[in-house]
Design a binder for this molecule. Structure first.
Ligand SMILES: Nc1ncnc2c1ncn2[C@@H]1O[C@H](COP(=O)(O)OP(=O)(O)O)[C@@H](O)[C@H]1O
Ligand SMILES: [Mg+2]
Length: 259
């Protein structure tokens, strides 16, 4: 059986199991989109087999996938027309579009602009993951980028998906360790010149007793974004407030580490 057929077979199993239980037009688009990613993967000599749908959020869907026989996470961004881009203004602020045609489109806010923003969103997340992983941040290892899909280390195993911090209760020792590791990560981001900009217990996964920061497309550049410090403070408050439930945390004290 060819990879393509096998994947189609896998998808049809999903339909039976109810993953895409209501075959609405947008679900059909999802299936076509997945097939495009698989086809493009084949063209690049990669074998992609979709195991299951892990989570479908506002901006993207995460799948558990076998990529060249290795278990990985695949994050597929929703099509530009299905996304609001409501909150992108502050993140893309100060972002310079080199091509005059792109600049004009962004100014006008037309369909082409949505496409450019969408692409820059996907590329941005992959770029951030690569850079931050190289710098030693505790994040899923980026593996491959095809079309609107990002492949990265799967946090979990065959039977289990790592929970988010908001889904678990930590004991004092775990909370102390996790809090320190997350602040260390934030310092790596800051020293590299970025702020995550959506950091909270919802974007941190807990795996092998360690916290992993995820979800980077909205990360901002501290040099070009005039609100960088404010956005850093918001991230830091989310983290100190969350850990305040388990251990003593002091925002002002922690803030001193960010110079
Ligand atoms: N590398 C990963 N390994 C396992 N699960 C993941 C991974 N990345 C994301 N997830 C799961 O998918 C969810 C959504 O991913 P996220 O990157 O936060 O996208 P969104 O933009 O939809 O919030 C996460 O809360 C987590 O449950
Ligand atoms: Mg998220």
């Amino acid at each position: 059986m060819s990879t393509k057929l096998r994947i189609r077979h896998t998808l049809s199993i999903k339909l039976i199991k109810g993953f895409f239980s209501k075959p609405t037009p947008s679900n059909m688009t999802t299936n076509n989109e997945l097939q495009n990613i698989i086809d493009e993967g084949n063209r690049l000599n990669h074998k992609i087999e979709i195991v299951s749908n892990v989570k479908s959020g506002k901006e993207a869907t995460i799948y558990k996938v076998m990529l060249d026989h290795q278990l990985v996470a695949m994050k597929v961004y929703k099509k530009p027309e299905e996304r609001s881009f409501k909150n992108t203004g502050q993140y893309l602020m100060g972002k310079y579009y080199k091509k005059p045609s792109h600049r004009k489109a962004i100014e006008k806010g037309n369909k082409f602009a949505k496409k450019i923003k969408h692409q820059s969103w996907v590329n941005r997340e992959y770029f951030m993951l690569e850079k931050l992983y190289e710098l030693g941040a505790k994040i899923p290892k980026p593996i491959l980028h095809i079309e609107d899909a990002i492949f990265m280390e799967f946090l979990g195993n065959q039977d289990f998906v790592a929970p988010r911090l908001c889904d678990i209760t930590l004991n004092t020792a775990e909370a102390k360790n996790a809090f320190k590791k997350i602040i260390d990560n934030m310092i790596v981001f800051w020293n590299f010149g970025i702020v995550h900009a959506d950091l909270s217990e919802y974007n941190i996964l807990w795996w092998n007793n360690e916290p992993y920061v995820i979800d980077f497309p909205q990360a901002i550049d501290k040099k070009t974004n005039p609100n960088a410090e404010e956005i850093l403070d918001r991230d830091l408050r989310n983290i100190t407030n969350f850990f305040g439930k388990f251990i003593k945390t002091d925002f002002d004290e922690i803030k001193k580490a960010f110079s």
